[in-house]
Design a protein around this ligand. Structure first.
Ligand SMILES: Cc1cc2nc3c(=O)[nH]c(=O)nc-3n(C[C@H](O)[C@H](O)[C@H](O)COP(=O)(O)O)c2cc1C
Length: 349
């Protein structure tokens, strides 16, 4: 059951060690400026997110929907999105198509003034898996359900491979993506394994509006599925989960690889405002946070608002200490990169 799977994902993500072994944002070191010559209170974090003006370059990444718990999480996240003026994604909306009565677990975000709302569908659902795939009408339904500004199509083929009920066909996805991107403003997103330059070029040529790299370094879906397989006693999937736990392209490298002339969102393993600063430094237009926000969102509106206020404050402190009074100056901050990330940056040289 799709609802049970979603609930299990949340519980595992909250309670188990589901991170990759290394967080690659730690390999980036920013040069401290002891004499910043700026007023902290005058720092300007406003920016353009694709074609929207937003207060901060931060996104609440797609996580959930489809259960009562998810409804609460989405509502709490929406309160924070309204308070801080942040774009927000909901999780895969397949549940709302398969069971219309679950629609309010997504549309609950409309109870708050979320400035930019992002719908979500998995790439595997867009093509034939030997069962019914998402029709144009289904896409229209989920897009309108949250009065969306953008549609994320998430590429989670690694997860499909390591989960018991996974979809196995990826053939035809780019043609279908092209169709969808001609009718909707699509953001192509990975879910923890990143995009290569080749993939980014294909996405750009298919007409997507932006790329959310969802790179390696934070939540590992191989890890999440490992725990599910363990509970189910599925030895084969447990093995795959272990083997691919650390598979993928480090998030910062994927931000660099994805510079193909369309906006890039840096995500995967962002834990705090300093990681967000590094994502911006590497050329992202915004940074996406997922699991870092989960516990707070599960607790209360106050708790998630506090968590996000800390992230935004730390981001501003990093701007201050690097002498950056706006995002244009941030991009000129000096830094160096250590291994293992350093070698990843040489791949396309
Ligand atoms: C519990 C949970 C559920 C998720 N569900 C979705 C989803 O439905 N759609 C999607 O595009 N990404 C989903 N993701 C992936 C995140 O958006 C993000 O790409 C990934 O977790 C890496 O970011 P992080 O390291 O900040 O967690 C989910 C992540 C978590 C932790």
């Amino acid at each position: 059951m799709i609802e049970n799977r979603k609930e299990e994902h949340i519980r595992i993500a909250e309670n188990e060690k589901v991170d990759t072994d290394h967080n690659y944002w730690d390999d980036i070191h920013v040069l401290h400026q002891a004499i910043p010559e700026i007023d902290f209170d005058a720092i300007d974090t406003r920016t353009r997110f694709i074609s929207h003006e937003v207060a901060h370059p931060m996104i609440i990444s797609s996580m959930t929907g489809g259960t009562d718990l998810a409804k609460k999480i989405n509502y709490n996240l929406a309160t924070a999105a309204e308070k801080f003026g942040l774009p927000m994604g909901v999780g895969s909306m397949r549940a709302a198509v398969e069971k219309k009565e679950l629609s309010d677990t997504f549309s609950v975000i409309l109870e708050r003034k979320v400035p930019v709302r992002i719908a979500n569908v998995g790439a595997p659902q867009l093509i034939n898996q030997g069962k019914k795939s998402f029709s144009d009408k289904d896409i229209e339904y989920i897009f309108n359900l949250i009065d969306a500004n953008y549609l994320i199509v998430h590429f989670n083929f690694l997860q499909e491979m390591v989960q018991p009920e996974g979809d196995r066909n990826a053939r035809g996805i780019m043609k279908r993506l092209q169709d969808v991107a001609s009718s909707y403003p699509v953001i192509a997103k990975e879910t923890g394994n990143g995009f290569s330059r080749e993939a980014a070029l294909q996405l750009r040529d298919a007409g997507v509006r932006a790329i959310d790299v969802g790179g390696l370094g934070g939540t590992s879906f191989a890890a999440i599925e490992y725990y599910r397989a363990k509970k189910a006693g599925d030895e084969e999937k447990m093995r795959a989960g272990q083997s691919f736990w650390n598979w993928g392209i480090p998030a910062p490298a994927s931000v660099k690889y994805s510079q193909v002339g369309i906006p890039v969102i840096g995500s995967g393993g962002l834990r705090n405002g300093l990681d967000l600063f590094k994502a911006m430094l590497f050329g992202a237009e915004a940074g996406g946070f997922a699991r870092t926000l989960l516990k707070g969102a599960d607790t209360s509106p106050e708790s998630i608002q506090k968590e996000i206020s800390y992230i935004l404050r730390d981001f501003k402190i990093a701007m201050f200490l690097s002498g950056s009074k706006n995002l244009k100056e941030l991009r000129k901050a000096r830094y160096f990169v250590r291994e293992p990330l350093k070698t990843w940056l040489d791949v396309y040289d």
